[in-house]
Design a protein around this ligand. Structure first.
Ligand code: OAD
Length: 262
């Protein structure tokens, strides 16, 4: 049972409501209630069962492409079966309520889009897109590729096809990163949801926002390194906290501005 004091929720809603430009950064926690495992949770996180350097790095792919391919096909199956949860839904609703929302995600699933969020900045790529590891040519996945023991071959250059996600040691795709940085530098309120804030450069974004004077709101059932900077911490699962927060923002929108609490 999650209990967030009404007064804290109201203060958080006021910050969001009064901001001209809101940014939301999400991490694996926002999809946890859709049945997609996070990475760093001690019991169920993917990195408690698998070694990232054996599965999510260019070196791992070059050393054992079949193993990496099969692991990503398994994860693709998981995300394809998943449905957006009320947290995703609340963020889609928030985009309709505030004047300007940029939604940035570290997630490689497409559950924000499935919930109706209009534009999503994917910092770490997408699990349902593929490209050649050598020449970068996009590759449309065929049904037989899903069952294969090894990655398909690029029809253009003969290289190996890989998921279009960011692996450890690789740079972020430039355009999403630039879009994210610009949005964060210009925002006056940043909502950080379901991320351990351990992976850089994404974890740098809340710091940029704070340095520019934006108010920081965290939604997470567990402590994170950002806690000391946050103006408000809403402790609980995002599938519960976000709908409650967004309902408050919506209620405020219905009120005349003059009656707003500071
Ligand atoms: P992590 O697994 O590091 O962190 C997940 C966070 O979600 C933790 O802080 C949890 O406390 C929180 N959490 C768990 N359940 C939640 C819930 N129901 N509601 C809200 N929060 C919840 O995942 P990320 O921070 O997203 O990189 O990880 C960042 C990157 O590390 C990932 O994008 C991935 C990974 O290696 C790449 O794929 C490149």
């Amino acid at each position: 049972m999650v209990h967030i004091p009404q007064e804290v929720l109201e203060r958080a809603a006021a910050l969001v409501d009064q901001a001209d430009r809101v940014v939301c950064l999400t991490g694996a926690g926002v999809s946890a209630e859709s049945g997609i495992p996070t990475f760093r949770d001690a019991q169920r996180g993917l990195w408690s069962r698998y070694r990232p350097e054996e599965l999510a790095s260019p070196e791992a792919f070059e050393a054992d492409p079949g193993r990496v391919w099969r692991w990503y096909m398994w994860r693709l199956g998981l995300v394809e079966q998943a449905q957006p949860n009320p947290g995703h839904g609340a963020l889609a609703q928030l985009a309709r309520l505030v004047s300007h929302l940029t939604l940035i995600t570290q997630n490689v699933d497409s559950l924000h889009e499935a919930a109706g969020s209009p534009e999503v900045v994917h910092l770490h790529g997408r699990l349902d897109r593929f490209r050649c590891h050598d020449c970068g040519q996009p590759y449309p996945l065929r049904p037989q590729d899903r069952e294969a023991d090894r990655p398909p071959t690029c029809p253009r250059c003969g290289g190996r096809v890989r998921p279009d996600v960011v692996w450890f040691g690789e740079p972020l795709p430039s355009q999403p990163w630039q879009t994210a940085l610009a949005a964060v530098a210009a925002c006056d309120c940043m909502l950080v949801v379901g991320t351990s804030a351990m992976v850089y450069p994404a974890a740098q974004l809340p710091q940029v926002a704070r340095d520019r004077g934006a108010r920081l709101l965290l939604v997470n059932p567990e402590p994170t390194p950002l806690d000391t900077w946050a103006e408000i911490r809403l402790s609980g699962p995002s599938g519960v906290v976000l709908p409650a927060l967004v309902a408050r923002v919506e209620a405020r929108k219905g009120r005349p501005r003059s009656s707003e609490a500071a």
